[in-house]
Design a protein around this ligand. Structure first.
Ligand SMILES: CC(C)(COP(=O)(O)OP(=O)(O)OC[C@H]1O[C@@H](n2cnc3c(N)ncnc32)[C@H](O)[C@@H]1OP(=O)(O)O)[C@@H](O)C(=O)NCCC(=O)NCCS
Length: 180
């Protein structure tokens, strides 16, 4: 990892096939933890369609000469539906300002898990978040309580637990980070 160079850039329309392969290649566990959809081509097409939309920024990672094979993606959402994170955080006594908050959802290809790739993506991601005028980061949809790797990763990045909630998928944890 330390001597591997990666390109880290915004998703482009040309990435449709690579994104479909990335989503199709995730293990069942990663898919369950991250977004769970089974229609990979449809999901990728939705992401391509949303390029440039006011509330979406999707970043992709690949070896500089292998744009056909994505190693990780970062999903940033700049809109916060009132009945999602704001309502949950309010129940913990935390007021989220939708003009200063971004929702964050990273996903690293299984082959790279535990090798520090997500950690390497964090500083440039926060730089983009700051450039877009946000200084508070919350997890998009929280993190599954049994996703121990992700919870440890977020804690190492400085996130703190704001509260817990339960969906049909089981218990989840909301975590928040105020950028310095
Ligand atoms: C969560 C995720 C983004 C982390 O990326 P990563 O590149 O594996 O993260 P890193 O290697 O930088 O850090 C992982 C940390 O978890 C630790 N870890 C690894 N396996 C673990 C496990 N089974 N249980 C607990 N901790 C674990 C590592 O030791 C490391 O912590 P440390 O640096 O303090 O030792 C990645 O694993 C992933 O994409 N998972 C599938 C999708 C997902 O869960 N996304 C998040 C949805 S909320």
């Amino acid at each position: 990892m330390a001597d591997t160079a990666f390109a880290f850039r915004a998703l482009q329309a040309e990435d449709a096939a690579a994104l479909t392969s990335f989503l199709a290649g995730l293990s069942d566990t990663s898919r369950r933890f991250w977004h769970g959809h089974a229609d990979h081509a449809g999901e990728a097409a939705g992401w391509i369609e949303a390029i440039g939309r006011y509330d979406k920024l999707r970043l992709v990672v690949h070896h500089p000469d292998r744009a056909d094979r994505l190693d990780a993606v970062v999903d940033l959402s700049f809109s916060l539906p009132a009945d999602a994170e704001p309502e949950r955080y309010a129940s913990y006594g935390i007021v989220l300002d939708p003009t200063r908050t971004v929702r964050f959802g990273p996903c690293v290809a299984d082959a790279w898990h535990g090798r520090g790739l997500a950690g390497a993506l964090v500083p440039p991601t926060w730089e983009a978040v700051r450039l877009l005028g946000r200084d508070r980061v919350v997890l998009f949809g929280g993190v599954h309580a049994d996703n121990h790797r992700a919870r440890r990763f977020y804690r190492r990045c400085g996130f703190t637990e704001a509260g817990t909630f339960t969906t049909s998928a089981g218990p989840s944890v909301d975590m928040v980070l105020d950028l310095p």
